[in-house]
Design a protein around this ligand. Structure first.
Ligand SMILES: [Cu+2]
Length: 122
């Protein structure tokens, strides 16, 4: 192995390790309603499924309605898998576009946040 080849192999290994660490953060993998979905019926709850287990104390979601006001939600709960955040919606959502802004702390101590939207059909 030449010196150059060895260096290339080393940096490739470093990249794999780095990518592995980045993947350990909690990413939103799936949600109900889904991103950009149009639902016919006002949902009773939001389910946000993440790639890692979450610390409920530092995780939550805010929902912004079509009138730009935040929607009343119940207390977020963690489902049995430890990776799914359930946010109850006690009040019926009016037709229109909704934005979900989530923030979570995964059990590895890393914070992530993001947003997605869905629409309730008139
Ligand atoms: Cu992490």
């Amino acid at each position: 192995m030449s010196k150059h080849t060895r260096l290339t192999a080393l940096s490739a290994l470093a990249l794999v390790i780095f990518a592995g660490q980045a993947l350990a953060h909690a990413h939103l993998t799936e949600s109900v309603p889904a991103d950009k979905a149009t639902v016919a019926v006002s949902p009773d709850e939001l389910d946000l499924h993440f790639s890692e287990e979450l610390d409920l104390k530092f995780s939550g979601a805010k929902i912004i309605g079509p009138d730009k006001a935040s929607v009343k939600t119940g207390d977020a709960m963690l489902m049995d898998d430890g990776k799914t955040l359930m946010v109850p919606l006690p009040e019926k959502l009016d037709p229109g576009a909704y934005e979900v802004e989530w923030h979570v702390l995964s059990t590895d101590g890393h914070k992530t946040k993001g947003a997605y939207g869905f629409t309730v059909k008139p």
